[in-house]
Ligand binder design. Structure first.
Ligand code: CP
Length: 290
């Protein structure tokens, strides 16, 4: 997220809105090739990038696990990316190592998009999160937004916190002490002047909230012992505003009771659907010939 200015973020959100409302030219990226290099599992990010490319008239190549590549024989990540970048026009990478997307960008002769690097960042998720918040409330400035759950290892929370710092939103971080926001993210927020506070209970802030953004426990990145997990239930929403909207980057595990899915507050499937438009906009802005 640190690579994007507020002006660039707004340009991407505006282009995404135009594509959602009016569609995109079906041959805008004819002849272009997207390489999706996913060394970690994904449903939404990989498939929405590939669908976005296909809907813009381009093609997609790639892999959905590193085990099917020559990394298995000992080839380095940077050599792999160097080769793939000669075969494609743009690379989307997901990898378990923090900083892997940056290393890939250094090795690549083509643009690289970070589709998630360890517990560090997931910037395209943040772009679709910001797009959805703006769509739901007509603005981001002035909103009261809580991020709740595993804030230590969830890269979506790290990127979203930095993205929201461009706006005059009030942020609340709700987690158990051992899963709190990393210090380096908090330090980054302090430099921006955005107002934020830490909490352990949703009830402390729920009545004020416009957005509640939940994350799942990132079990694949932590060996911390499991505590009794929080589950958002219908009864919690009785304390919230009518205009409160619930977001989640998904996959959901147990954090949101499925009985909430049919309520007007549930916006997480709308949020996931917006991933296609935001990724179409990103690909167009990066690859379209002037
Ligand atoms: N939100 C998200 O990154 O989902 P996937 O892991 O399915 O890509």
């Amino acid at each position: 997220m640190a690579d994007l200015s507020k002006r660039q973020i707004e340009e991407i959100l505006d282009a995404s809105l135009s594509i959602k409302r009016h569609g995109a030219p079906p041959d805008a990226l004819k002849g272009k090739i997207l390489a999706s290099c996913f060394f970690e599992p994904s449903t939404r990010t990989r498939l929405s990038f590939e669908a976005a490319m296909l809907r813009l008239g381009g093609s997609a190549i790639g892999f959905s696990e590193g085990g099917s590549t020559s990394v298995q024989k000992g080839e380095s990540l940077t050599d792999t990316i160097r080769i793939v970048s000669n075969l494609s026009d743009l690379i989307v990478i997901r990898h378990s190592a923090e900083g892997s997307a940056f290393a890939a960008a250094e090795a690549s002769v083509k643009p690289v998009i970070n589709g998630g690097d360890g517990s560090n960042q997931h910037p395209t998720q943040t772009l679709l999160d910001l797009f959805t918040i703006r769509e739901l409330h007509g603005k981001i400035d002035g909103l009261q937004i809580a991020l709740m759950g595993d804030l230590r290892f969830a890269r979506t929370a790290h990127s979203l916190a930095l993205g929201l710092a461009h706006y005059a939103a009030r942020l609340y971080f709700i987690s158990s002490p051992e899963l709190g926001l990393p210090d380096e993210i908090a330090q980054g927020l302090r430099k921006t002047g955005v107002k934020f506070s830490y909490h352990e209970d949703l009830e402390e802030v729920l009545p004020k909230l416009d957005i509640l953004y939940l994350t799942r426990r990132q079990k694949e990145r932590s060996s911390l012992p499991e505590k009794k997990p929080f589950v958002l239930q219908k009864k919690h929403l009785e304390q919230g505003k009518e205009s409160l909207r619930i977001l989640h980057p998904l996959p959901r595990v147990t954090e949101i009771d499925p009985s909430i899915d049919a309520l007007p507050q549930a916006a997480y499937f709308q949020q996931a659907a917006n991933g296609l438009f935001v990724r179409q906009a990103l690909l167009s802005l990066i690859l379209e010939e002037p």
